[in-house]
Design a protein around this ligand. Structure first.
Ligand code: 13P
Length: 289
């Protein structure tokens, strides 16, 4: 399938065109199918991200890779789709993803000392090359918690970003006071001074993790300064959960065969699609493929 691709061309184009590719986390079949349909209907290349926790939940690396590939074939998806390991915590996790057919991996070494992060990132790059897969590395860390991955929210050091960039990574995630999940009250906003320094020092397409709930003006400014990939999970989860909540509160599960999971999740999958389309427009990648 020639449109099942790594992330390099998508993020390079985005960086040059000053827009950002959407990375949407997937949690199950409904999520994946909805997002592939949105990508095709809007002619937008997207990155489907799967965390180690979500992969375990869905059954394993092979299930996820084969589900994405099979849906792409059956739904006749022709726009570029990337399947990306989100926050891979070890070399082994990246290896399992690549062996199963993921086209892109993130090695998140933010829990290690910087020399260890650098060393393992280097090994992951060498391995990914064999699979023509792209590699995202992380400097500093994203605050909050994402599927069991807890970060302290350290703002990245531009020198460390440069060292990671020099290894030959394709994309760089750098902590700029961004947080996974809901932003806490009194959050001070993204650190644009550091973002500028990182963009200059690394000269790589940059990733904004914790893309849910950041004010639109800040997202736009971050994209203008070099963010070429925005990761979103929580906002789609909230949209999905909100629709299920309404369905149950309105006793729809009690009417006729409203308990049928296909009925139960119908509004929820539509809610994912509506939110994803809104985000593609916000990030500027709507219709770019
Ligand atoms: P949110 O859940 O805050 O949208 O973050 C998603 C993310 O960064 C995945 O890597």
């Amino acid at each position: 399938m020639k449109n099942f691709v790594n992330a390099k061309a998508l993020v390079d184009y985005a960086k040059a065109g000053k827009y950002a590719v959407a990375h949407f986390n997937i949690n199950n079949l409904e999520w994946t199918k909805s997002l592939l349909e949105v990508a095709q209907e809007t002619k937008s290349g997207i990155i489907l991200g799967a965390s180690e926790g979500a992969i375990k939940y869905m059954g394993g690396y092979n299930v996820v890779a084969n589900m994405v590939k099979s849906l792409m074939a059956d739904l006749k998806i022709t726009v570029p789709i990337v399947l990306h390991l989100d926050h891979g915590q070890s070399y082994q996790a990246c290896q399992s993803a690549l062996e199963a057919g993921f086209t892109s991996v993130m090695f998140d070494g933010s829990h290690l000392s910087f020399p260890e992060n650098l060393e393992t990132t280097k090994k992951v790059i060498a391995l990914a090359k064999k699979y023509h897969a792209s590699v995202e590395a992380e400097a500093g860390s994203v605050g909050g918690e994402e599927d069991g991955v807890v970060g302290l929210g350290e703002v990245a050091d531009p020198q460390e970003c440069q060292s990671l960039a020099k290894l030959g990574i394709d994309i760089l995630a750098a902590g700029i006071n961004n947080v996974h999940g809901r932003y806490p009250d009194g959050w001070k906003g993204l650190n644009f001074d550091v973002l500028k320094q990182i963009a200059e020092a690394s000269n790589k397409p940059l990733v904004l993790h914790g893309g849910s709930g950041i004010p639109k003006e800040q997202v736009a400014k971050a994209i203008s300064l070099g963010i070429a990939k925005v990761n979103v999970n929580t906002e789609l989860q909230e949209a999905f959960a909100g629709a299920i909540r309404n369905y149950i509160i309105n006793n729809k599960d009690q009417e006729n065969k409203g308990y049928d999971p296909r009925k139960l999740m119908k509004d929820a999958t539509l809610a994912i699609k509506t939110k994803a389309i809104e985000l593609l427009k916000e990030f500027g990648s709507y219709g770019k493929s």
